[in-house]
Design a protein around this ligand. Sequence first.
Ligand code: ZN
Length: 414
Amino acid sequence: MSKKERQLSFLNETLRTARNSDLYRSKLNGYPLKLKNIAELQNFPLTAKKELRDHYPFGVLAVPIKEVIEMHTSSGTTGKATLSYLSYFTREDLEAGSKAIAEAWQCFGITDESRVQFMMSYGLFSGTMLNTYAIQEIGGFVVPAGIQSAEKQIQMMLDFKVDTIVGTPGYYYYLFDYIIEKNIPLEKLSLKRGIAAGEIYSDRVRTEIEQKFKIRIFDHYGLCEVNTGIAYECEFRTGLHVLDEYVLPEIINSENGQILPPGNEGELVLTTLKKRASPVIRYRTGDITTLRLEKCPCGRNSVRIDRLKRRTDDLIFIKGIKIDPYELKEFILEIANNGIYSDIKIRVRSDFINYKPEILVSLKDSSNNSLLVFIQKRLKDKTLLTFDVTNVNRDYFQRGENNKVKFVEYVDKK
Ligand SMILES: [Zn+2]
């Protein structure tokens, strides 16, 4: 069977199973029961994040609950206690998931000799669980550190001679500052590589982390609602290889939902292929990227997506001016030229007549007020907007789930 035929067969199986769930029973009513080719999928309706939330907790379930052995979720980025997206797994689903994602870890260089430390939360968060199973599938040794103090993270790295660490890009900076502060010689660590994921980050940030830790950093993309492992970088780092026998990617115009041909930037839409318990059909990820069909020098024949640049709902409008917060953060870090710590907050209000948008930074030298003035001036040149640029104590930036700092804060938006 060719890859296309395998994809089609799993897709038809997914469409069949999905109809057992409350979510898709009516949604797929009237749509063909069986597709003759994958392209026909684009006639099917898209699934929005809100629909998953509206079908909490069991409306997404497509198998009898007795077949389910595990659930993953995320508390979302708003920090609310309610669980929003649920992903259920049968035993078969977990096996298929860990086998598929093992491909990514093998590509990162993980073998049965590897020791991998996860510096992201365990428990409900799917990012760590499924990736842990994937590494175990290869025979690698996992140190499930989860959320710990930097001191404990380093101690575990030393004790277990960890060679691979996994964390958000922001956490790498945080950890490195600790290493410098405590004068820990990097040679004492056995690090060979790092996986930075869970946040959008630029090539510049990647290079900086690599130079600090003297290791190679790989990007790994996934999302809770669909699955943790969706795409990964190979040694050539020409975008991320999609595990396309596990999930099917499409790119759409996020305004009108129309499918875009490869090479065009748009919103990533995903359909699960090997998930019986809670399949998702044409799920709108909100992540902006481009699909690449050209062959990668590594020889893998999977389709690729570009590294993520932003999300559809991330753009901020201030006095009619469109701001890409990731771009803004990058710009500030660049012009600050190491004078500030990497955590930044952009504080936005709906009332910009009476308030200026604010940028909160943490100066490495707290007396360096001229840097704040300089950042303000450069921001004005770039965006035509006047920002209040304020210095805050470093502890101000609280790390939430997965050690992430929410860097855009809406003061008065619910
Ligand atoms: Zn490749």
